[in-house]
Design a binder for this molecule. Sequence first.
Ligand SMILES: [Zn+2]
Length: 182
Amino acid sequence: MAPRPFRLGRARTGLGLFATRPIKKRRRIAEYKGPRLNVKDAEREEARGNRYLFEVNSRWTIDGKARSNIARYFNHACRPNSDSTIRGGRVFIYTLRNIKPGEELTFDYGTDYLKNVIGKSNCRCPTCRRRKAKRARELREARKRRELRLARAKKTARKAASKTTSKSVAKTRATKRKPTSR
Ligand SMILES: [Zn+2]
């Protein structure tokens, strides 16, 4: 593999990998490296809170927790620009589309990881942030519409009330005036 086309940098969720030059679609950009664990050892690691376990098949899991495994810094995204593939028991990350310099490189960790580790509503990938922002905007707009409706209703109620009071004032005046007119 040629020198890495990406660098480690600050991402929204900690560290992440960012393209340093344009990368073509379907390029292998990294290998997910680490010791191979059997099912028993993988389960033990998982129980210890190791979040860098990559299941290769029903027998083997790669433990990618070592910092030397650059691929551990790929962040999850629900609509990623990269993906993983298993070839001969090794795990490679490749791009799904052309990538511009500066773009964060992501792949989909899978529904299990999203549900159990990140938490479905805690995902901060661009897709989820956009979805949440849209939802917040809709809620804000709905609240504004409700407030406007309420203000309008109040205004009409006030108008109606002032009409009845002026009428009753006129009436009282009229009744008061009556005796003096005699
Ligand atoms: Zn997401």
